[in-house]
Design a protein around this ligand. Structure first.
Ligand code: 5GP
Length: 191
C-alpha cells in the first residue's frame, strides 16, 4: 500500500536493529483516514471468504481491526492481555511470547464471542516473529473456528513471523513489507 509506505518513510523511526516506531499514526496517535483505507484493503483481499468475525489483540491491533470490521460489516473481538474477572472456564486462552518485551503474556477471548460457526480474519499491527498471530490462531482453532487469513499492517520480512505463519497455512496480506533497516532507513520489499 503505497500511501502507508510513504507514511512510514515520513513519520516512522527505526530504533536499534529491528524496531520501527510508528507512534504518530498507528501505535499511540491514530490516523483514522489512513486506518479506514487499510480496512478497505483488507476487505478487498478477503471479501469473498465469508468472514464472520475479525479478531485481534489489544491494544494496537484494535484500530485497524475496527476499520476492517466496518468494511466487512462484521463484529471485531480483541483478545485481552490482562486477567479479567470472568471465570477461566469461559475463556479461550493462548500464551504469546513478546521478543520485544522478553515476556510472555496470556491472551484470552470470551467463549461468548467465538465459536465453530465462525470464519475468522486475524488482524494485527505488526508481524515480527509471528507469536501474536499464532496465539490468535490457537484461540480460533480452540473455538473450532475456521481461519480465513491474516491482515497485517506492517510486516518485517527479515524476522521469523512470515515463515511461521506460512507454515501454519494461513494466508497473509501485509499492507507494507519491510525487507530491512539500512542505516536507519526503511527498505521495503519490491511489489
Ligand atoms: P510478533 O508476535 O509477530 O513477534 O510481534 C507482533 C507484536 O509485537 C505486534 O502486536 C506489535 O505490537 C509488536 N511489535 C513487533 N515488532 C514491532 C515493531 O517493530 N514496532 C512496534 N511498534 N511494535 C512491534
Amino acid at each position: 500500500m503505497k500511501e502507508l509506505e510513504e507514511k512510514i518513510k515520513k513519520d516512522g523511526r527505526v530504533l536499534g536493529a529491528d524496531i520501527l516506531k510508528v507512534d504518530s499514526f498507528l501505535n499511540h496517535q491514530i490516523d483514522p483516514v489512513l486506518m479506514k483505507k487499510m480496512g478497505e484493503e483488507f476487505y478487498n483481499e478477503f471479501k469473498n471468504q465469508n468472514v464472520t468475525k475479525i479478531i485481534t489483540v489489544e491494544s494496537s491491533g484494535i484500530a485497524p481491526a475496527v476499520m476492517a470490521g466496518l468494511s466487512f460489516n462484521k463484529p471485531v473481538v480483541f483478545a485481552r492481555k490482562h486477567k479479567s474477572l470472568t471465570l477461566k472456564d469461559d475463556l479461550y486462552t493462548a500464551d504469546v511470547y513478546s521478543f520485544t518485551k522478553q515476556t510472555s503474556n496470556k491472551i484470552s477471548v470470551s467463549k461468548n464471542f467465538l465459536d465453530s460457526s465462525d470464519n475468522v480474519l486475524i488482524i494485527d499491527d505488526f508481524l515480527a516473529n509471528g507469536q501474536a498471530v499464532k496465539g490468535l490462531a490457537d484461540i480460533a482453532k480452540d473455538a473450532g473456528a475456521n481461519i480465513v487469513g491474516a491482515g497485517i499492517v506492517i510486516e518485517k520480512s527479515f524476522q521469523k513471523g512470515r515463515s511461521l505463519v506460512d507454515e501454519m497455512g494461513i494466508k497473509v496480506l501485509s499492507l507494507a513489507r519491510i525487507k530491512e533497516f539500512k542505516d536507519g532507513q526503511v527498505v521495503f520489499e519490491e511489489d
